[in-house]
Design a protein around this ligand. Structure first.
Ligand code: MN3
Length: 382
């Protein structure tokens, strides 16, 4: 039996993790969950699974939930302190960080310090705090199991191999809903069109990131920190069928790829069951019906955000935080109809261009910088 804490249980990855636990109640126990604004679902999950703790960010929601869950004997906690508390509980084995955005950084660091196994679904954590996380991991018995499908694939392709014999990591990208479109065809695309991902069922923010290829930029930086591979040795290949989730090329010319059905439940279950493998909750890949698989070069002209990832990653220091915060704010503005699709890349480019990099990273600096970048973005569009 593994005891699980889910940060962000009402989001896309969170609800898929809940489905897995529902299917395998004899293998996993939900000890704590957290949510942001969807408190109706959070309440339902709490009543169904009876975790010991529920954490919620907002004061008002805390009061409502506390009232409703009191009779069930469930403790309701509030704010970032609540998130930290449930991620460090003695009884927790695995913390799934499926919270969206860089708010995941603080509780993730707390969980690492407490020696928990981290099932990492929050890529922003490594993008902005990779250096800090690495330093914390060295001091702790904690380890990270990637839940991002590409990184789970790479992790699986590296099992039992000597990391020194890696030639390069090959991250696959679906290309998103606008693959093959020229820049002029992207001028008037709407949030609704951008959210419709051809292959993956994901949350809103990550779907927009897939449409701009910023998601892949974040994943390049994530891969750099997770696998200790230089940016020069990370290649992105567009693979529209999303059957191969990523590959590792070794010095002898062998490429090892990981395939499975296109479903986030696979990498979540892999992280929960590691180092074992248990029967799949999503079923098995039907290769003959899938037919062919193809590969193409990413279109850097229509989708410059991928290049920003390499630039920010290589510069390092505070630059990835600036790229990420500018992107988070720009995506919000796009989803709320305040800016056009192509303005997202403009805002990120401008934010990175005007930033003076600081190489002395602390958690406080990262949090302050994020707020400052978001404010600047809002000034920029006025
Ligand atoms: Mn991914």
């Amino acid at each position: 039996m593994k005891n699980i804490c889910i940060l962000g249980s009402t989001g896309s990855v969170g609800t898929q993790a809940i489905d897995i636990i529902r299917n395998k109640r004899s293998e996993y126990r939900l000890v704590a969950i957290s949510g942001n604004s969807n408190i109706d679902l959070l309440y339902e999950q709490a009543v169904e699974f009876r975790p010991n703790y529920v954490a919620v960010m907002d004061k008002k929601f805390h009061r409502i939930l506390n009232e409703k869950l009191k009779s069930y004997g469930i403790t309701v906690l509030e704010g970032i302190e609540g998130l930290k508390y449930i991620s460090t509980l003695d009884e927790v084995d695995i913390v799934l960080t499926s919270i969206v955005g860089m708010i995941g950084l603080t509780p993730t660091i707390a969980a690492i310090q407490a020696g928990k196994m981290i099932a990492l679904a929050n890529k922003e954590t490594l993008v902005v705090g990779g250096e800090l996380i690495k330093a914390e991991l060295k001091k702790s018995k904690s380890s990270i199991l990637p839940v991002d499908s590409e990184h789970s694939a790479i992790f699986q392709c590296m099992n039992g191999e000597n990391p020194k014999s890696i030639n390069k990591i090959i991250l696959t990208a679906s290309g998103g809903p606008f693959r093959g479109k020229s820049k002029s065809q992207l001028v008037d695309v709407t949030p609704e069109q951008a959210i419709k991902h051809p292959k993956w069922n994901m949350g809103k923010k990550i779907s927009i990131d897939s449409a701009t290829l910023m998601n892949k930029a974040l994943e390049v930086i994530e891969a750099h920190w997770l696998f200790n591979v230089k940016y020069e040795n990370i290649e992105v290949v567009v693979h529209p069928q999303s059957i191969i989730h990523s590959m590792v090329e070794y010095v002898d010319g062998s490429i090892i790829a990981q395939m499975s059905n296109t479903d986030m439940k696979h990498p979540i279950q892999y992280a929960f069951d590691y180092p074992n493998r248990n029967s799949s909750v999503i079923g098995y890949l039907d290769l003959i019906n899938k037919g062919s698989i193809t590969f193409e070069k990413p279109d850097n002209e229509s989708f410059p955000c991928l290049g920003f990832g390499y630039t920010a990653g290589k510069i390092g220091g505070t630059m990835p935080t600036v790229m990420n915060a500018a992107n988070e704010e720009a995506v919000n503005l796009f989803l709320n109809g305040k800016i056009k699709f192509l303005e997202i890349e403009g805002i990120i480019r401008e934010s990175m261009k005007t930033h003076r990099v600081d190489y002395n990273l602390t958690l406080e600096k990262i949090i302050d910088l994020e707020i400052q970048v978001r404010e600047n973005v809002n000034k920029m569009i006025k």
